[in-house]
Design a protein around this ligand. Structure first.
Ligand code: NAP
Length: 267
């Protein structure tokens, strides 16, 4: 059976890569491509935008107008658009893979509510390598415990609009959970001026925005005399797109609930 996939943000950096990734997987078919109503690319062919040649899927400005042709929606847009789209999907019983990052607590509540009605896989990072790193970070934090300082570093391209990255925050959350700390209380987002000495329980975040960096993340566990660093470097958006497409295929078989990529990979 073929699973019909829609993409919101189809003309974006991730959207175009997703169109290419879907084309490489048997059993999945792109049936809808949606962009923002302001996009200059409405009416374009989604296959041509992705560099594949025409695939007959026209970029439209409304999810509602094509929702009946979709089994699973993949959404890599902006938080406000994703929050609106997840409500539409919940009304229509369409599962959703969410890659957008930078949600407010209110927008997260909208996603949580939708996930009581449809299957939602939300991941700050869909790459297999990063999800393996989450597992390694949990292990490292449990072994090294309170004897180390934990710092999270991330670097992305100059166009990224949120910071720290959703992936960096997820990495911090994995460490905080393993060490039984409340991330909201112990996170330190950048340092400047007379900061005082570092408190052991804090988890620091450092952000770089430069050039065309696809996504670098390093978590440092630093003790006196040694340190462990767990690093992931993405060199192509295809690593995220392949993961999101795999999640979309998996979601078609799932009941309502909020899942993440670790569920998809069985980690
Ligand atoms: P991008 O190139 O700016 O693409 C976003 C696209 O969404 C743009 O084409 C934008 O159109 C479109 N859009 C905005 N509002 C929309 C609406 N209401 N309906 C439909 N489309 C709409 O950004 P990107 O680099 O692809 O990243 C997108 C998101 O994915 C970001 O939040 C990023 O952090 C996240 N991301 C996640 C992962 C992961 O693995 N989870 C990996 C990479 C990126 P306009 O330009 O016309 O506004």
């Amino acid at each position: 059976m073929t699973t019909r996939i829609g993409i919101t943000g189809a003309a974006g950096r991730m959207g175009r890569t997703l169109v290419e990734a879907i084309d490489q997987v048997d059993g999945l078919q792109l049936t809808a491509a949606i962009e923002s109503p302001q996009s200059s690319l409405l009416g374009a062919d989604a296959g041509e935008l992705a560099g594949l040649g025409r695939n007959g899927v026209t970029v439209v400005d409304s999810l509602e107008s094509v929702i009946d042709s979709i089994d699973v929606l993949i959404d890599f847009t902006v938080p406000a658009a994703t929050a609106a789209n997840v409500a539409v999907c919940a009304d229509k019983g369409v599962a959703m893979a969410i890659g957008t990052t930078g949600f407010t607590p209110e927008q997260q509540l909208v996603i949580d509510a939708a996930a009581t009605r449809i299957a939602v896989c939300k991941a700050s990072n869909f790459s297999t390598g990063v999800n393996l790193c989450f597992k390694l970070l949990d292990m490292a934090a449990r072994v090294l415990g309170d004897d180390v300082d934990v710092e999270v570093y991330e670097a992305h391209h100059r166009h990224k609009i949120d910071a720290p990255s959703g992936t960096a925050l997820s990495m911090g959350q994995v460490v905080a959970d393993a060490l039984d700390r409340d991330l909201d209380r112990v996170a330190v987002y950048g340092r400047e001026g007379q900061t005082g000495a570092r408190k052991r329980e804090t988890i620091g975040f450092a952000t770089v925005r430069a050039g065309d960096i696809v996504g670098d993340h390093t978590v440092t566990f630093a003790a006196d005399g040694e340190r462990v660093e767990i690093t992931h470097k993405a060199s192509s958006r295809m690593s995220f797109a392949r993961g999101a497409v795999r999640a979309a295929g998996w979601l078609a078989e799932q009941k309502a609930g909020l899942y993440d990529m670790r569920d998809v990979l069985g980690l």
